[in-house]
Design a protein around this ligand. Structure first.
Ligand code: SF4
Ligand code: ZN
Length: 285
């Protein structure tokens, strides 16, 4: 009975992901896809789903995984171990990067300069992922963003009146600069709950630890808020996603201006990129 349930569940979750990939043309023939593999359940499911899609579809593409160690004691090590094990199991090459080697410090040592540790964490992780993907000639970066992450980001930007960020939403972020690798989100319409069920049912080797900085972040608070509403009014998350899908179609047509950072040459929206801005702030304080 359990086996049947597991098979049915797997079929449902993988066909949902496959449908999204096909519907939005997330992967093309000849693509070299870099998967951002943190070792958490979302990135691990993304890797499993893309390997399955590679075997089942008639699209011919390559996969490489990239992990980034931010330098969070007692947390990230478990994620890296799970990234290594899952990449090995699926026979996908894993490139390991770290804040220490790439930017010269651990997140643990610099987070106190910011309102939330997630600010420098996100900035440097995105920058390292983009640079690494560019170096290996990747055409796209696949991330494990799920439906919950997407509506959290949406509401966070909404509550800050930061409508520019709306252009980052959707299952695919197109090429807006030759050095900015397009992003795809194969789990875009898969709920976090379903990702968790998949990982438990299939006994997947992942780490379930929560980042020690997650609760104090605005994202953590938004997540708790949404989970509370969802438990009282099931379907709220899906409805928010639906509203967002209707709105985003208009906003996405607005043009984005992308420049190159005057210091490091990486793509950015201002004159200096966020990574250089933050590095200056840390070294001057
Ligand atoms: Fe980084 Fe914040 Fe995620 Fe922790 S919760 S890994 S600090 S982005
Ligand atoms: Zn820069």
């Amino acid at each position: 009975m359990t086996i049947l349930k597991k098979e049915e569940f797997n079929k449902k979750i993988f066909s949902k992901i496959e449908k999204l990939i096909n519907q939005y043309n997330l992967i093309d023939n000849g693509d070299n896809i870099a998967v951002a593999l943190s070792g958490g359940k979302d990135s691990v499911l993304t890797l499993y789903a893309l390997v399955k899609y590679q075997n089942d579809s008639n699209i011919d593409f390559d996969l490489t995984a990239i992990s980034v160690d931010e330098g969070i004691d007692g947390y990230r090590k478990h994620g890296i171990e799970s990234a290594i094990k899952n990449a090995e199991k699926l026979d996908v090459e894993l490139i390991q990067k770290s804040f220490s080697e790439e930017v010269g410090f651990k997140l643990d040592n610099i987070y106190h300069h910011f309102k939330s540790a997630c600010i420098p964490c996100g900035v440097f992780r995105r920058s390292i992922l983009n640079k690494t993907a560019f170096e290996i000639g990747a055409d796209k970066i696949a991330t494990g963003h799920n439906l919950d992450d997407e509506i959290q980001s949406f509401l966070m930007s909404f509550s800050r009146a930061d409508t520019i960020k709306f252009s980052k939403f959707g299952p695919m972020l197109s090429m807006i600069h030759p050095k900015l690798i397009p992003r795809i989100k194969p789990l875009w319409n898969t709920s976090e709950k379903d990702v968790g069920i998949w990982a438990v049912m299939n006994n997947i080797n992942i780490h379930f630890d929560e980042c020690p900085y997650s609760n104090i972040s605005l994202r953590g608070k938004t997540k708790n808020f949404l989970n509370k509403i969802e438990s009282k009014n099931p379907g709220t998350k899906e409805n928010i996603m639906e509203s967002f899908k209707k709105m985003i179609l208009d906003i996405k047509t607005q043009k984005n201006n992308i420049n190159e950072c005057k210091k490091c040459g990486e793509p950015c929206s201002g004159l200096i990129c966020k990574a250089c801005e933050i590095t200056d702030l840390i070294s001057n304080s």
